[in-house]
Ligand binder design. Structure first.
Ligand code: UDP
Length: 460
Protein backbone atom coordinates (compact mmCIF):
# COMPACT_ATOMS: atom_id res chain seq x y z
CA UNK A 1 0.00 0.00 0.00
CA UNK A 2 2.95 2.27 0.46
CA UNK A 3 4.89 3.07 -2.68
CA UNK A 4 7.79 4.25 -0.56
CA UNK A 5 11.16 2.50 -1.00
CA UNK A 6 12.86 1.02 2.09
CA UNK A 7 14.12 3.86 4.23
CA UNK A 8 17.71 2.70 4.12
CA UNK A 9 20.06 5.01 5.93
CA UNK A 10 22.12 5.47 2.74
CA UNK A 11 19.04 6.43 0.73
CA UNK A 12 18.09 8.93 3.35
CA UNK A 13 21.57 10.37 3.59
CA UNK A 14 21.82 10.63 -0.21
CA UNK A 15 18.44 12.31 -0.35
CA UNK A 16 19.49 14.80 2.26
CA UNK A 17 22.90 15.44 0.73
CA UNK A 18 21.61 16.12 -2.75
CA UNK A 19 21.64 19.86 -2.05
CA UNK A 20 18.42 21.07 -3.62
CA UNK A 21 17.51 24.70 -3.75
CA UNK A 22 16.31 25.61 -0.28
CA UNK A 23 12.54 25.89 0.08
CA UNK A 24 11.55 29.52 -0.49
CA UNK A 25 11.37 31.58 2.68
CA UNK A 26 7.95 33.07 3.43
CA UNK A 27 7.45 36.68 2.35
CA UNK A 28 8.10 39.32 5.01
CA UNK A 29 4.55 40.58 5.47
CA UNK A 30 3.33 42.59 8.49
CA UNK A 31 1.36 39.51 9.67
CA UNK A 32 4.55 37.56 9.49
CA UNK A 33 6.38 40.18 11.51
CA UNK A 34 3.73 39.91 14.23
CA UNK A 35 4.09 36.11 14.26
CA UNK A 36 7.87 36.48 14.56
CA UNK A 37 7.44 38.77 17.52
CA UNK A 38 4.99 36.31 19.12
CA UNK A 39 7.53 33.51 18.66
CA UNK A 40 10.06 35.48 20.64
CA UNK A 41 7.56 36.20 23.41
CA UNK A 42 4.88 33.48 23.36
CA UNK A 43 1.82 33.93 25.56
CA UNK A 44 2.18 31.08 28.06
CA UNK A 45 -0.44 30.79 30.84
CA UNK A 46 1.02 31.63 34.22
CA UNK A 47 -1.59 29.97 36.39
CA UNK A 48 -3.36 26.61 36.23
CA UNK A 49 -6.89 26.60 34.80
CA UNK A 50 -9.91 25.52 36.85
CA UNK A 51 -10.01 21.68 36.78
CA UNK A 52 -12.66 20.16 34.51
CA UNK A 53 -15.38 18.01 36.14
CA UNK A 54 -14.64 14.26 35.96
CA UNK A 55 -16.16 12.33 33.07
CA UNK A 56 -19.01 9.84 33.58
CA UNK A 57 -19.19 6.48 31.90
CA UNK A 58 -21.94 7.61 29.51
CA UNK A 59 -19.70 10.44 28.30
CA UNK A 60 -17.52 7.80 26.64
CA UNK A 61 -20.32 6.54 24.41
CA UNK A 62 -19.61 8.91 21.50
CA UNK A 63 -15.95 7.92 21.66
CA UNK A 64 -15.97 4.13 22.05
CA UNK A 65 -19.54 3.27 21.11
CA UNK A 66 -22.39 1.67 23.02
CA UNK A 67 -21.31 -1.98 22.54
CA UNK A 68 -18.02 -1.28 24.33
CA UNK A 69 -19.83 0.39 27.21
CA UNK A 70 -22.29 -2.48 27.38
CA UNK A 71 -19.39 -4.89 27.59
CA UNK A 72 -17.91 -2.97 30.52
CA UNK A 73 -21.27 -3.06 32.30
CA UNK A 74 -21.65 -6.76 31.61
CA UNK A 75 -18.18 -7.56 32.94
CA UNK A 76 -18.77 -5.46 36.03
CA UNK A 77 -22.05 -7.29 36.63
CA UNK A 78 -20.38 -10.30 38.21
CA UNK A 79 -18.23 -8.04 40.38
CA UNK A 80 -21.03 -5.81 41.64
CA UNK A 81 -20.50 -5.05 45.31
CA UNK A 82 -16.98 -6.44 45.38
CA UNK A 83 -14.43 -4.19 47.03
CA UNK A 84 -11.07 -3.10 45.68
CA UNK A 85 -8.23 -1.09 47.16
CA UNK A 86 -5.63 0.60 44.95
CA UNK A 87 -2.47 1.83 46.66
CA UNK A 88 0.31 3.99 45.22
CA UNK A 89 2.79 6.57 46.48
CA UNK A 90 1.47 9.87 45.15
CA UNK A 91 -1.93 11.49 44.70
CA UNK A 92 -0.76 14.05 42.14
CA UNK A 93 1.81 14.17 39.38
CA UNK A 94 2.98 11.26 37.32
CA UNK A 95 1.19 8.86 35.05
CA UNK A 96 0.00 6.45 37.76
CA UNK A 97 -1.91 9.12 39.67
CA UNK A 98 -3.32 10.42 36.40
CA UNK A 99 -4.70 6.98 35.53
CA UNK A 100 -6.06 6.25 39.03
CA UNK A 101 -7.78 9.61 39.09
CA UNK A 102 -9.92 8.47 36.17
CA UNK A 103 -10.08 4.73 36.76
CA UNK A 104 -11.32 4.75 40.36
CA UNK A 105 -14.48 6.86 39.73
CA UNK A 106 -15.34 4.78 36.65
CA UNK A 107 -15.01 1.51 38.59
CA UNK A 108 -17.25 2.92 41.32
CA UNK A 109 -19.80 4.00 38.76
CA UNK A 110 -19.90 0.34 37.72
CA UNK A 111 -20.54 -0.53 41.38
CA UNK A 112 -17.18 -2.18 41.86
CA UNK A 113 -16.48 -0.40 45.13
CA UNK A 114 -12.95 0.90 44.66
CA UNK A 115 -10.89 2.94 47.11
CA UNK A 116 -7.58 4.64 46.38
CA UNK A 117 -5.08 5.14 49.19
CA UNK A 118 -1.66 6.77 49.11
CA UNK A 119 1.25 5.74 51.33
CA UNK A 120 3.08 8.37 53.30
CA UNK A 121 6.79 8.75 53.92
CA UNK A 122 9.48 11.23 54.82
CA UNK A 123 12.09 12.71 52.48
CA UNK A 124 14.42 9.86 53.43
CA UNK A 125 11.88 7.31 52.15
CA UNK A 126 11.31 9.06 48.83
CA UNK A 127 15.04 9.53 48.35
CA UNK A 128 15.50 5.78 48.77
CA UNK A 129 12.58 4.91 46.48
CA UNK A 130 13.87 7.31 43.82
CA UNK A 131 17.24 5.56 44.03
CA UNK A 132 15.48 2.19 43.75
CA UNK A 133 13.46 3.44 40.79
CA UNK A 134 16.56 4.52 38.85
CA UNK A 135 18.42 1.35 39.88
CA UNK A 136 15.56 -0.84 38.68
CA UNK A 137 15.83 0.98 35.35
CA UNK A 138 19.47 -0.12 35.24
CA UNK A 139 21.31 2.86 36.74
CA UNK A 140 24.35 2.35 38.97
CA UNK A 141 23.32 2.47 42.64
CA UNK A 142 25.13 2.06 45.91
CA UNK A 143 22.67 -0.14 47.80
CA UNK A 144 23.16 0.08 51.55
CA UNK A 145 21.55 -1.71 54.48
CA UNK A 146 20.42 1.66 55.69
CA UNK A 147 18.43 2.21 52.48
CA UNK A 148 16.77 -1.20 52.89
CA UNK A 149 15.92 -0.38 56.50
CA UNK A 150 14.36 2.95 55.53
CA UNK A 151 12.29 1.25 52.81
CA UNK A 152 11.05 -1.49 55.13
CA UNK A 153 10.41 0.83 58.07
CA UNK A 154 8.11 3.14 56.08
CA UNK A 155 6.33 0.20 54.47
CA UNK A 156 5.79 -1.22 57.95
CA UNK A 157 4.53 2.11 59.27
CA UNK A 158 2.00 2.34 56.43
CA UNK A 159 1.02 -1.28 56.85
CA UNK A 160 0.19 -0.72 60.51
CA UNK A 161 -1.86 2.32 59.64
CA UNK A 162 -3.85 0.73 56.80
CA UNK A 163 -6.58 -1.88 56.79
CA UNK A 164 -6.84 -4.55 54.12
CA UNK A 165 -10.36 -5.91 54.21
CA UNK A 166 -11.13 -5.68 50.48
CA UNK A 167 -11.69 -8.53 48.02
CA UNK A 168 -8.89 -7.23 45.83
CA UNK A 169 -5.80 -5.21 46.64
CA UNK A 170 -3.77 -3.63 43.82
CA UNK A 171 -0.40 -2.23 44.83
CA UNK A 172 1.24 0.08 42.28
CA UNK A 173 5.00 0.10 41.74
CA UNK A 174 7.86 -0.75 44.11
CA UNK A 175 7.36 1.98 46.74
CA UNK A 176 4.48 0.27 48.61
CA UNK A 177 5.41 -3.30 47.56
CA UNK A 178 6.22 -4.25 51.18
CA UNK A 179 2.56 -3.87 52.21
CA UNK A 180 2.18 -7.44 50.98
CA UNK A 181 3.18 -8.53 54.46
CA UNK A 182 -0.49 -7.91 55.33
CA UNK A 183 -1.69 -10.38 52.73
CA UNK A 184 -1.63 -13.41 54.97
CA UNK A 185 -4.09 -11.88 57.42
CA UNK A 186 -6.30 -10.33 54.75
CA UNK A 187 -9.23 -12.00 52.94
CA UNK A 188 -8.40 -10.60 49.51
CA UNK A 189 -6.37 -11.43 46.43
CA UNK A 190 -3.29 -9.27 45.91
CA UNK A 191 -1.91 -7.88 42.63
CA UNK A 192 1.34 -6.00 42.04
CA UNK A 193 0.98 -3.49 39.17
CA UNK A 194 4.45 -2.59 37.93
CA UNK A 195 4.55 0.51 35.74
CA UNK A 196 8.30 0.51 35.23
CA UNK A 197 10.70 -1.30 32.95
CA UNK A 198 12.37 -4.14 34.87
CA UNK A 199 14.28 -5.58 31.92
CA UNK A 200 17.74 -4.63 33.23
CA UNK A 201 17.40 -4.09 36.97
CA UNK A 202 20.17 -3.42 39.44
CA UNK A 203 20.78 -6.99 40.75
CA UNK A 204 20.92 -6.01 44.43
CA UNK A 205 17.71 -3.99 44.39
CA UNK A 206 15.89 -6.66 42.39
CA UNK A 207 17.13 -9.43 44.72
CA UNK A 208 15.57 -7.46 47.55
CA UNK A 209 12.31 -6.71 45.76
CA UNK A 210 11.70 -10.06 44.12
CA UNK A 211 10.77 -12.05 47.27
CA UNK A 212 8.20 -9.35 48.06
CA UNK A 213 6.76 -9.43 44.53
CA UNK A 214 6.49 -13.21 44.54
CA UNK A 215 4.18 -13.10 47.56
CA UNK A 216 1.47 -11.51 45.40
CA UNK A 217 -1.16 -13.56 43.57
CA UNK A 218 -0.33 -11.92 40.25
CA UNK A 219 1.74 -9.18 38.65
CA UNK A 220 0.87 -6.77 35.84
CA UNK A 221 3.45 -5.26 33.48
CA UNK A 222 3.12 -2.60 30.76
CA UNK A 223 5.02 -4.46 28.06
CA UNK A 224 6.33 -8.01 27.56
CA UNK A 225 9.84 -6.56 27.36
CA UNK A 226 9.52 -4.90 30.80
CA UNK A 227 9.04 -8.14 32.74
CA UNK A 228 11.19 -10.56 34.78
CA UNK A 229 10.73 -14.25 35.21
CA UNK A 230 8.54 -14.74 38.28
CA UNK A 231 6.91 -17.60 40.13
CA UNK A 232 3.50 -15.88 39.98
CA UNK A 233 1.19 -15.34 36.96
CA UNK A 234 1.86 -12.22 34.95
CA UNK A 235 -0.58 -10.11 32.94
CA UNK A 236 -0.03 -7.47 30.27
CA UNK A 237 -1.87 -4.16 30.69
CA UNK A 238 -0.80 -1.41 28.31
CA UNK A 239 -0.61 2.12 29.66
CA UNK A 240 -3.49 4.26 28.52
CA UNK A 241 -4.80 7.73 27.86
CA UNK A 242 -8.16 9.22 28.68
CA UNK A 243 -9.85 10.46 25.51
CA UNK A 244 -11.94 12.90 27.57
CA UNK A 245 -9.10 14.49 29.53
CA UNK A 246 -7.94 18.04 28.84
CA UNK A 247 -4.95 16.57 27.01
CA UNK A 248 -7.02 14.53 24.59
CA UNK A 249 -10.56 15.82 24.30
CA UNK A 250 -11.85 17.38 21.08
CA UNK A 251 -11.18 21.12 20.84
CA UNK A 252 -12.97 23.97 19.11
CA UNK A 253 -11.34 25.34 15.99
CA UNK A 254 -11.38 28.83 17.55
CA UNK A 255 -9.26 27.54 20.44
CA UNK A 256 -6.72 26.03 18.03
CA UNK A 257 -6.52 29.43 16.30
CA UNK A 258 -5.95 31.14 19.63
CA UNK A 259 -3.11 28.79 20.60
CA UNK A 260 -1.43 29.31 17.21
CA UNK A 261 -1.81 33.02 17.70
CA UNK A 262 -0.38 32.85 21.25
CA UNK A 263 2.68 30.94 20.07
CA UNK A 264 3.17 32.58 16.65
CA UNK A 265 2.45 29.43 14.63
CA UNK A 266 1.56 29.93 10.95
CA UNK A 267 -1.13 27.40 10.05
CA UNK A 268 -0.78 28.01 6.32
CA UNK A 269 2.49 26.07 6.32
CA UNK A 270 3.23 22.54 7.60
CA UNK A 271 3.97 22.21 11.32
CA UNK A 272 6.25 19.49 12.70
CA UNK A 273 5.95 19.02 16.46
CA UNK A 274 7.73 17.17 19.22
CA UNK A 275 6.22 17.44 22.72
CA UNK A 276 8.63 16.21 25.37
CA UNK A 277 10.49 17.06 28.50
CA UNK A 278 13.80 18.73 27.60
CA UNK A 279 15.77 15.56 28.14
CA UNK A 280 18.64 14.22 25.99
CA UNK A 281 16.95 10.82 25.76
CA UNK A 282 14.13 12.53 23.83
CA UNK A 283 16.79 13.80 21.38
CA UNK A 284 15.37 17.28 20.76
CA UNK A 285 18.64 18.36 19.12
CA UNK A 286 18.34 15.41 16.72
CA UNK A 287 14.84 16.63 15.87
CA UNK A 288 16.20 20.10 15.00
CA UNK A 289 18.85 18.50 12.78
CA UNK A 290 16.28 16.30 11.01
CA UNK A 291 14.00 19.31 10.49
CA UNK A 292 16.88 21.29 8.99
CA UNK A 293 17.59 18.50 6.49
CA UNK A 294 13.91 18.18 5.56
CA UNK A 295 13.52 21.93 5.28
CA UNK A 296 15.87 21.96 2.31
CA UNK A 297 13.00 20.35 0.39
CA UNK A 298 9.78 21.41 2.10
CA UNK A 299 8.99 24.73 3.69
CA UNK A 300 7.87 23.93 7.23
CA UNK A 301 7.99 25.00 10.87
CA UNK A 302 9.21 23.07 13.88
CA UNK A 303 7.58 23.32 17.30
CA UNK A 304 9.46 21.84 20.25
CA UNK A 305 7.31 22.10 23.33
CA UNK A 306 8.15 20.67 26.68
CA UNK A 307 8.51 21.21 30.36
CA UNK A 308 11.02 20.26 32.97
CA UNK A 309 13.44 23.01 32.10
CA UNK A 310 12.45 25.25 35.01
CA UNK A 311 12.95 22.93 37.98
CA UNK A 312 15.61 20.60 36.59
CA UNK A 313 19.17 21.88 35.95
CA UNK A 314 19.71 19.24 33.28
CA UNK A 315 16.48 20.30 31.57
CA UNK A 316 17.73 23.89 31.46
CA UNK A 317 21.03 22.75 29.90
CA UNK A 318 19.20 20.70 27.25
CA UNK A 319 16.90 23.64 26.48
CA UNK A 320 20.01 25.75 25.91
CA UNK A 321 21.46 23.09 23.59
CA UNK A 322 18.22 23.07 21.61
CA UNK A 323 18.28 26.87 21.29
CA UNK A 324 21.85 26.71 20.03
CA UNK A 325 20.99 23.98 17.52
CA UNK A 326 18.05 26.06 16.24
CA UNK A 327 20.32 29.11 15.84
CA UNK A 328 18.51 32.04 14.29
CA UNK A 329 16.01 29.98 12.28
CA UNK A 330 12.75 31.92 12.73
CA UNK A 331 10.70 28.80 11.94
CA UNK A 332 11.82 26.89 15.02
CA UNK A 333 9.45 27.61 17.90
CA UNK A 334 10.69 26.47 21.30
CA UNK A 335 8.19 26.50 24.16
CA UNK A 336 9.07 25.79 27.77
CA UNK A 337 5.63 25.08 29.20
CA UNK A 338 4.51 24.80 32.84
CA UNK A 339 2.84 21.55 33.92
CA UNK A 340 -0.73 22.91 33.66
CA UNK A 341 -0.66 23.34 29.86
CA UNK A 342 -2.62 20.20 28.97
CA UNK A 343 -5.05 22.10 26.74
CA UNK A 344 -2.22 23.88 24.93
CA UNK A 345 -0.43 20.56 24.36
CA UNK A 346 -3.65 19.05 23.06
CA UNK A 347 -3.99 21.99 20.64
CA UNK A 348 -0.35 21.76 19.49
CA UNK A 349 -0.79 18.08 18.71
CA UNK A 350 -4.00 18.80 16.82
CA UNK A 351 -2.56 21.59 14.65
CA UNK A 352 0.50 19.49 13.71
CA UNK A 353 0.99 18.18 10.21
CA UNK A 354 3.41 15.53 11.50
CA UNK A 355 4.26 14.62 15.10
CA UNK A 356 7.77 13.43 15.90
CA UNK A 357 8.96 11.51 18.99
CA UNK A 358 12.58 10.86 18.20
CA UNK A 359 13.43 9.24 21.54
CA UNK A 360 16.69 7.37 22.01
CA UNK A 361 15.30 5.58 25.07
CA UNK A 362 11.67 5.55 26.15
CA UNK A 363 9.20 4.11 28.63
CA UNK A 364 5.92 3.54 26.86
CA UNK A 365 5.85 6.96 25.17
CA UNK A 366 2.46 8.44 25.99
CA UNK A 367 3.05 11.44 23.73
CA UNK A 368 2.95 8.96 20.84
CA UNK A 369 -0.38 7.55 22.07
CA UNK A 370 -1.76 11.09 22.36
CA UNK A 371 -0.68 12.01 18.82
CA UNK A 372 -2.00 8.78 17.29
CA UNK A 373 -5.30 9.33 19.04
CA UNK A 374 -5.50 12.69 17.23
CA UNK A 375 -5.04 10.85 13.90
CA UNK A 376 -1.62 12.35 13.34
CA UNK A 377 1.08 10.76 11.23
CA UNK A 378 3.83 9.98 13.73
CA UNK A 379 7.56 9.55 13.14
CA UNK A 380 9.15 7.95 16.20
CA UNK A 381 12.31 6.28 17.46
CA UNK A 382 12.02 2.48 17.56
CA UNK A 383 12.63 2.25 21.32
CA UNK A 384 10.75 1.26 24.50
CA UNK A 385 7.00 0.94 24.06
CA UNK A 386 6.96 2.92 20.80
CA UNK A 387 7.03 -0.07 18.40
CA UNK A 388 3.96 -1.47 20.21
CA UNK A 389 2.14 1.67 19.14
CA UNK A 390 3.81 2.56 15.88
CA UNK A 391 3.61 -0.37 13.53
CA UNK A 392 6.02 0.68 10.80
CA UNK A 393 4.24 2.05 7.73
CA UNK A 394 0.88 1.06 9.15
CA UNK A 395 0.19 3.28 12.16
CA UNK A 396 3.21 5.58 11.74
CA UNK A 397 6.87 5.23 10.85
CA UNK A 398 9.83 4.12 12.96
CA UNK A 399 13.27 5.69 12.60
CA UNK A 400 16.76 4.99 13.92
CA UNK A 401 18.73 8.11 12.95
CA UNK A 402 18.60 11.82 12.20
CA UNK A 403 18.85 11.05 8.49
CA UNK A 404 16.05 8.50 8.68
CA UNK A 405 13.88 11.00 10.49
CA UNK A 406 14.63 13.69 7.88
CA UNK A 407 13.81 11.27 5.08
CA UNK A 408 10.47 10.37 6.62
CA UNK A 409 9.63 14.00 7.34
CA UNK A 410 10.19 14.87 3.73
CA UNK A 411 8.23 11.83 2.58
CA UNK A 412 5.20 12.41 4.78
CA UNK A 413 5.09 16.13 4.08
CA UNK A 414 5.00 15.44 0.35
CA UNK A 415 2.63 12.43 0.49
CA UNK A 416 -0.36 13.74 2.45
CA UNK A 417 -2.68 10.88 1.49
CA UNK A 418 -0.30 8.28 2.89
CA UNK A 419 0.28 10.44 5.98
CA UNK A 420 -3.46 10.72 6.51
CA UNK A 421 -3.92 6.96 6.22
CA UNK A 422 -1.23 6.37 8.86
CA UNK A 423 -3.02 8.78 11.19
CA UNK A 424 -6.35 7.08 10.63
CA UNK A 425 -4.88 3.64 11.36
CA UNK A 426 -3.08 5.05 14.40
CA UNK A 427 -6.30 6.29 15.94
CA UNK A 428 -7.95 2.89 15.50
CA UNK A 429 -4.95 1.18 17.09
CA UNK A 430 -5.22 3.46 20.14
CA UNK A 431 -8.97 3.00 20.35
CA UNK A 432 -8.52 -0.74 20.39
CA UNK A 433 -5.65 -0.97 22.86
CA UNK A 434 -4.61 2.15 24.74
CA UNK A 435 -7.70 3.93 26.08
CA UNK A 436 -8.63 4.11 29.76
CA UNK A 437 -11.81 2.15 29.01
CA UNK A 438 -9.70 -0.75 27.66
CA UNK A 439 -7.62 -0.57 30.83
CA UNK A 440 -10.74 -0.72 32.95
CA UNK A 441 -11.93 -3.73 30.95
CA UNK A 442 -8.64 -5.53 31.62
CA UNK A 443 -8.96 -4.89 35.35
CA UNK A 444 -12.51 -6.23 35.37
CA UNK A 445 -11.47 -9.40 33.55
CA UNK A 446 -8.47 -9.92 35.84
CA UNK A 447 -10.64 -9.42 38.93
CA UNK A 448 -13.07 -12.02 37.60
CA UNK A 449 -10.21 -14.47 37.08
CA UNK A 450 -8.73 -13.85 40.53
CA UNK A 451 -12.06 -14.16 42.31
CA UNK A 452 -13.32 -17.01 40.18
CA UNK A 453 -16.56 -15.20 39.36
CA UNK A 454 -17.92 -15.00 35.88
CA UNK A 455 -21.69 -14.91 36.24
CA UNK A 456 -23.35 -11.50 36.61
CA UNK A 457 -25.08 -11.09 39.96
CA UNK A 458 -28.66 -9.82 39.96
CA UNK A 459 -29.03 -6.10 40.67
CA UNK A 460 -29.51 -5.37 44.39
N1 UDP B 1 3.92 16.45 28.82
C1 UDP B 1 3.38 17.57 29.42
N2 UDP B 1 4.08 18.73 29.33
C2 UDP B 1 5.25 18.80 28.67
C3 UDP B 1 5.80 17.64 28.07
C4 UDP B 1 5.09 16.47 28.18
O1 UDP B 1 2.30 17.53 30.01
O2 UDP B 1 5.80 19.89 28.63
C5 UDP B 1 3.13 15.23 28.92
C6 UDP B 1 2.86 14.53 27.61
O3 UDP B 1 1.74 15.08 26.95
C7 UDP B 1 2.65 13.09 28.08
C8 UDP B 1 3.60 12.99 29.28
O4 UDP B 1 3.86 14.32 29.70
O5 UDP B 1 1.33 12.91 28.54
C9 UDP B 1 4.94 12.36 28.91
O6 UDP B 1 4.79 11.00 28.87
P1 UDP B 1 5.77 10.11 28.00
O7 UDP B 1 5.41 8.70 28.32
O8 UDP B 1 5.70 10.49 26.55
O9 UDP B 1 7.24 10.49 28.47
P2 UDP B 1 7.95 10.68 29.91
O10 UDP B 1 8.04 12.16 30.11
O11 UDP B 1 7.10 9.98 30.92
O12 UDP B 1 9.31 10.07 29.70
Amino acid sequence: MNPQKPAAKETAARAADAQPAAAPAPAATPANAAAQERRRTPRIPETPPVPAPPARLDDYEPVIGKPELDELRFLAGSLRGKTVKMVNSTAVGGGVAEILNRLVPLANELEVRTKWEVITGGDDFFQVTKGFHNALHGAAYDLTNQALDVFLAYNEQNRQRMEFVEDLVVIHDPQPAGLVRSKEASPGRWVWRCHIDLSTPHPGVWDFLRPLVEQYDAAIFSSPSFTRQLSIPQYLFYPCIDPLSEKNKELEESYLEKVCDDFGIDRSRPVITQISRFDRLKDPVGVVEAYKLAKRYVDCQLVLAGGGASDDPEGAAVLQEVREAAGDDPDVIILNLPPWCALEINALQRISTVVVQKSLKEGFGLTVTEALWKSKPVIAGAVGGIPTQVVHKLTGVLVHSVEGCAYQLRYLLTHPDFAQQLGKNGREHVKENFLITTNLKRYLVLFQILLGVTQPRPAA
